[in-house]
Write a new protein. Sequence first.
Length: 400
Amino acid sequence: MRVCGKLTSTGEVVTLTLERNKITHIHNGALPADIGDSSVWLSAGFNDIQLNGYGGEDFNLDAWGSAAEVGHNLPLLFEKVAKSGTALLCPTLTTNSAEAICQALRNLSELLNAERTFANRVVGIHVEGPYISEEDGPRGAHPLEHVRNPDWEEFQRFQEAAEGRIRILTLAPELPNALPFIEKVVESGVVIALGHTGADVSVIRDAVHAGATLATHLGNGAHSLIRRHPNYIWEQLAHDSLYASLISDGHHLPASVLKSMTRAKGAERTVFVSDAVALGGLPAGVYMGGRYEVLPTGKIVLAGTPYLAGAGHLLDTCLANALAMTDLTLAQITASASANPARVLGLEGTRGHIRVGYSADLTLFKLPIEEGTPLKIEATLCAGEVIYRAKATSVEPREK
């Protein structure tokens, strides 16, 4: 198979030859291709390391109640995600009972064992909680009744149910015994992310020393009012060894905050995520017995309040917003959704770049004509397989 497009990293037009699941040759210039042409942008496949659900489907069990609006058709969920240009992902399970988390992990493992096409797309599972702060603000929308302290034996049960696929664990480092727990989890090969925390700055430093390498959706899952300085947001921004995942959906972080955070972290340590939930992509309206509301903008709130209850957009929207809201270049933004997540997960030698011998994970797209609209995804490939392809279009991309 041949794929043609303009590299987001350099702007050069190339034609890739794919054999089996890898890139085997990169030709400078346009050749007749099965997918793409010189008018489309070509990036290493977008990799969303925090995605809970979308379009009425959820990786979690009972996270939004048992109402009929949310299902667990995982193949359909993967299909919806592929349309956003997301070739790779970390399905994300949030705070819940041990039984619900283990069952969701078993359900996902069963699918991945049965279907290679889905297994290729999952670069790890992200467990966000249940070891998080119980305080209002840092806890976010996670259910208080299931928040608890780190438990190594319980985490091993999670990993057993996942058949070893858990690669990221988000926790609050101020919890009892969190620091030795972090050391054990990191030693087991899992990335520790700090999130849903109200920790003192000294605890943040200790957690980084213990092995934490990621800040989960920095600036969210936090108190509405915090000390001017020092505080846990500044501290995480300042640590060069911490990558920061950011939700650039246009609702979770104001443009000025997103721009400031990306400048502080730098393009090398920024990771854009969707953090999309099951209600994302659904029509505007009230859901779950009147508890949640999807607004016409796609913003998801606790019904009748301004408080966020989850993210409603995928990476095609988030990356277009990042392009409009920050001073990062297209090359830096696409790297923040491909090369940087691969580096966080220790996969930089095989995925996250367009290089000979690397997995053929690719996203082809055109830029939006108007700000506030998503990237136009032309095709998404994972391990050489076309998992989404759009109809032909004559829309021309916009340079930055």
